[in-house]
Design a protein around this ligand. Structure first.
Ligand SMILES: [Zn+2]
Length: 304
């Protein structure tokens, strides 16, 4: 958790406990969904998921732009970065009404997802996806909101100026395409939201409520220079390979109890071991153990 300038930057693992400690003094019943359009992955100078542009520069840049529009502060309460970090606007804390959808901001939290998710735009990184889902689930938990298209709302479902709610995204009537005509790889319609985005938030909230462990995203690290491996490193790799083989054997045995599709919380682990898994179903215990193995292999410690 780092505070600098006008923002507080949290890692995904810090969010839930931070949020639980916040005192909410206004009534909130809607969580807006926006993409920033600009900044986007190009202006962030993204290469292999790593942005070259400084994140603070990006955040302060948005604030400066909003101030230049005569706004009292950063428009949004919360920003999700392409790496999955979550920035809280200190000049638009959760108790301040945001400037997100003209005419429909009272009772809402404005969340901006960095990127341009219109067709032909950016493809959201896995880390950002995971953080977005986790953020909406944690907010729903904190604010005691049921999760549906009346509580999780796309900017595209409102008219300009008056902020009248429409029945759907209607080109020509909607104020914007935001959060993008290819948001979540599916679109910005109500049907698209109900197909993927909404159920994934619900699943994440269930996971949180039932205390099911999650595969924490692996921190993005810059690739090392090409140095030859030392004897110790060679031994480490050999040991790791042996461990992976043993786990692969165990996975094969567990597969005999197969019965469910890979849940969202096990997807990182599944990706890691997928070359050792012949299909995409397994028992609940199988997925759970897979996540634990994945953490051991990657030395990911769970914060308690
Ligand atoms: Zn928007």
């Amino acid at each position: 958790m780092i505070q600098k300038g006008n923002f507080l930057l949290l890692d995904i693992v810090e969010l839930r406990s931070w949020l639980q400690k916040q005192k909410i003094t206004r009534s909130i019943d809607r969580l807006q969904v926006h993409h920033t359009a600009s900044p986007n992955y190009a202006t962030r100078q993204l290469l292999n998921g790593i942005a070259k542009q400084d994140i603070w520069k990006c955040l302060e840049g948005m604030r400066t732009y909003h101030l230049s529009q005569g706004w009292s502060g950063t428009g949004q309460n919360i920003t999700v970065t392409e790496s999955g970090q979550i920035a809280i606007s200190l000049d638009r804390d959760l108790n301040k009404t945001p400037a997100g959808i003209a005419g429909s901001n009272t009772g809402a939290i404005c969340i901006e997802i960095i990127g341009n998710f219109d067709k032909g735009g950016d493809t959201m990184t896995d880390n950002q996806k995971q953080s977005v889902i986790h953020l909406y689930a944690c907010l729903a938990e904190k604010l005691n909101l049921s999760i549906n298209t009346d509580t999780v709302v796309y900017h595209a479902w409102y008219t300009p100026k008056t902020g009248t709610r429409l029945s759907d995204f209607i080109p020509g009537k909607s104020s914007k395409t935001c959060p993008g005509t290819n948001f979540w790889g599916d679109g910005n319609s109500i049907a698209a939201a109900n197909r993927n985005f909404i159920p994934q938030i619900k699943a994440e909230l269930d996971r949180l409520r039932n205390n099911i462990p999650n595969a924490t995203p692996v921190p993005i690290t810059k690739p090392k220079d090409d140095e030859p491996m030392t004897e110790a490193e060679k031994l480490q790799v050999a040991t790791l390979e042996k461990t992976i083989q043993q786990q692969a054997d165990w996975i094969k045995a567990e597969k005999l109890k197969a019965n469910m599709e890979c849940p969202t919380w096990a997807q990182e682990a599944y990706k890691y071991y997928k070359d050792y898994i012949s299909d995409t179903t397994g028992s609940y215990d199988f997925w759970r153990q897979l996540v634990i193995n994945y953490r051991k292999d990657n030395n990911i410690k769970v914060s308690k």
